[in-house]
Design a protein around this ligand. Structure first.
Ligand SMILES: *Cc1c(COP(=O)(O)O)cnc(C)c1O
Length: 304
């Protein structure tokens, strides 16, 4: 079952940045507290939670997880208790997404990076404990990246196809992390028959590329499409996940002048990856996946 949670369709805007013209699919406008890409996945995932009569919704992520923040808000709206497992909290991080999680009263469990390696098991154990207390928990994997969640991005392609002639588009750029967004877009293009459009996923962390490709491949298979044409753009990861480079900070400033607010974890890296790899004559779309609250958590990068 799919729930109708996001403000759709999101606008498709033509913007000019650094002398280049690109189309931006404004998925940073899908909601307010639940803004960004995760809400489209959550329409399907929380639909499943509602169908099974869950009382609790559980998920995990980094301390500044956009996904945990969106899940918290939407769970509350659906009258389910949000339980989130966050990696590596330390004092001074009470801003951005984490601040909102706190304001909304999410049950927050902080885990170490070592524990996080086994986060799926930790969540399952906790769900079992709740079960003994008579509560039913629905577990959402990191980033909401499963075949179920990715269907939200199959639907986004359908929405996009009504806003622009995709036969004339060369590429769609997106930030790729847990990769469900990338997989959903690629599956959507295949299902609708737009094989001319490349999906170029700009990787934003330093996990091995094979792991990311395997994740996309398995989602594509589960969605019943072939696994051809998986394209990852490397070289824009920076030192690590959530750590932007000087060039990313400059990208945030340059895009800001055009009214596009990028975040330091995902979209700044992806937008820069697009600027530096798109062909001169290519018509490209950037899927703006949101992340704005994460910028507030890293305000110091823009000082001085
Ligand atoms: C989660 C997230 C992404 C990455 O999406 P995945 O499906 O995990 O690859 C990109 N941008 C923002 C702002 C996000 O929160």
């Amino acid at each position: 079952m799919k729930l109708d949670l996001a403000r759709k369709p999101t606008p498709l805007e033509k913007v000019h940045v650094r002398g280049k013209t690109v189309f931006v699919k404004r998925d940073d406008l899908t909601e307010f507290v639940a803004s960004g890409n995760k809400i489209r996945k959550l329409e399907y995932l929380l639909g499943e939670a509602v169908s099974m009569g869950a009382d609790v919704v559980m998920t995990c992520g980094a301390v500044q997880s956009n996904h945990a923040r969106a899940t918290t808000y939407l769970s509350i709206k659906l009258e389910k208790k949000p339980v989130i497992f966050l990696k590596e909290w330390h004092p001074g991080k009470s801003s951005g997404n984490f601040l909102l999680d706190t304001v909304m009263g999410a049950e927050i469990h902080v885990v170490t990076p070592e524990e996080y390696e086994e986060i799926d098991r930790i969540m399952e154990d906790y769900a079992k404990k709740l079960e003994k207390e008579g509560k039913k928990a629905y577990i959402i994997p990191e980033g909401g990246s499963s075949a179920t969640g990715s269907k939200g991005y199959v639907d986004m392609v359908h929405e996009l196809s009504k806003q622009i002639d995709l036969n004339e588009v060369d590429a769609i750029y997106v930030a790729t992390s847990s990769a469900g967004t990338h997989a959903g877009i690629l599956a959507g293009l295949k299902i609708l028959g737009y094989r001319n459009v490349e999906v170029r996923g700009v990787v934003v962390h330093r996990k091995p590329k094979e792991v990311v490709i395997e994740r996309i491949r398995s989602i594509l298979t589960e969605l019943g499409v072939d696994d051809d044409g998986i394209i990852l753009v490397g070289g824009f990861e920076g030192p690590d996940y959530a750590i932007p480079t000087e060039k990313d900070v400059q990208m945030i400033k340059d895009a800001g002048k055009s009214g596009i607010i990028l975040d330091p974890v995902y979209t700044a890296k992806a937008f820069r990856g697009m600027m530096e790899t798109m062909g001169d004559k290519e018509k490209v779309i950037f899927v703006h996946t949101g992340g704005t609250f994460g910028l507030f958590a890293q305000n110091s990068i823009l000082e001085g």
